[in-house]
Design a protein around this ligand. Structure first.
Ligand code: PBG
Ligand code: ZN
Length: 329
């Protein structure tokens, strides 16, 4: 058969090389697409691998600086920080979250000092700091939305003061982006941007993260603030609200099960940078699939990340950013 007469297969004929296929690839991945999350703890010289989130560690600030140096050498220049504190420091008001010298604030300062060119994002939520593990403050056994807003705004402000480029509120309280934006502006941090966790679903894919951050709710679940997985249109409206409230970037989380939401947000706001969170459960599904012999880790990881990019993500938050970049070479 004359290959030139093929319609689609002329781009991928028998014996095509990678270069032939690359020429017609619609989607690409590069180091600059990735945002690498880290879990920061008090102390020095701590690099404690997490048993349920393979390849990720609790790091003290000195080790974090080292790890970001390694990531940077591979071209990964965006990081997202989560703080993890001792249980004895947790309380209903999450006081540890809003301290000026919190472990996250000091980590931000250390990173910006060591690598001014690295973009530092911080997660803004109180579930890792409240004794009950919910993402807002409680009134009885209910989440008090409006009482949670000043707390989130205060937490964001401490991160901005420390030098964060972006603060990323993940509590899904109504009005959280507006509250944070107003507080940052009031204090003169007009350049610090907000990355909204705009459409964050009440997903089963956060398990390894909750182990890592010791942030599982002690009672109930997060279904009153995180979104119902059945709702796509509502996810797009949540993104629209974040934008209106002053978010500079939007996010959909998790990623793989929500590619339709990603595509929908991208279609509605093509000009707004859109991130997707490749969550702890997504990465561990791939790890377990690979360990069971279902596929090769490298191939499955890249297929998953390409799918997220193809659906409309401009940026991918993934624990596997460094490995992915190495695999892409
Ligand atoms: C905190 C937060 C969570 C994740 C990011 N920020 C957990 C949760 O909402 O329970 C999950 C990330 C992951 O699974 O990798 N609100
Ligand atoms: Zn939370």
């Amino acid at each position: 058969m004359d290959v030139s007469r093929l319609k689609f297969r002329r781009f991928r004929p028998d014996r095509a090389t990678d270069a032939d296929r690359n020429r017609h690839a619609e989607t690409s991945l590069a180091a600059g697409d990735f945002i690498l999350p880290f879990f920061v703890v008090e102390g020095t010289c701590i690099d404690h691998p997490l048993p349920t989130l393979q390849g990720v560690s609790h790091l003290s600030i000195d080790k974090l600086v080292e790890a970001v140096g390694t990531a940077r050498a591979e071209g990964v220049d965006k990081v997202l920080l989560f703080g993890v504190v001792e249980g004895s420091l947790k309380n209903p008001q999450a006081t540890e979250a809003t301290r000026t010298d919190s472990v996250v604030a000091r980590a931000v300062t250390a990173l910006k000092e060591a690598y001014p060119g690295v973009t530092v994002f911080t997660d803004v939520c109180v579930c890792a700091y409240t004794d009950h593990g919910h993402c807002g403050v409680l009134h009885g056994d209910q989440i008090d939305n409006d009482a949670s807003l000043p707390l989130l705004a205060e937490m964001a402000l401490t991160h901005a003061r420390a030098g964060a480029d972006f603060v990323a509120p993940s509590a899904m309280m109504d009005g959280q982006v507006a509250a944070i934006r107003a507080r940052l502006d009031e204090e003169g941090y007009t350049k610090t941007q907000v990355l909204g966790y705009s459409a964050k679903y009440a997903s089963k894919l956060y398990g390894p993260f909750r182990d890592a951050a010791a942030s599982a709710p002690s009672f109930g679940d997060r279904k009153s603030y995180l979104m119902d997985p059945r709702n796509r249109r509502e996810g797009i409206e949540e993104a629209a609200a974040d934008l209106e409230e002053g978010a500079a970037w939007l996010m959909v989380k998790p990623s793989t099960f929500y590619l339709d939401v990603l595509a929908g947000v991208k279609a509605r706001f093509p000009q707004v940078p859109l991130a997707a969170y490749h969550t702890s459960g997504e990465t561990m599904m791939l790890r377990h699939g690979a360990a069971a012999g279902l596929f090769a880790w490298k191939d499955a990881l890249l297929e998953n990340l390409y799918a997220i990019k193809r659906a409309g993500a401009d940026f991918i938050i993934t624990y596997n950013a460094v490995e992915a970049v190495q695999f892409l070479k």
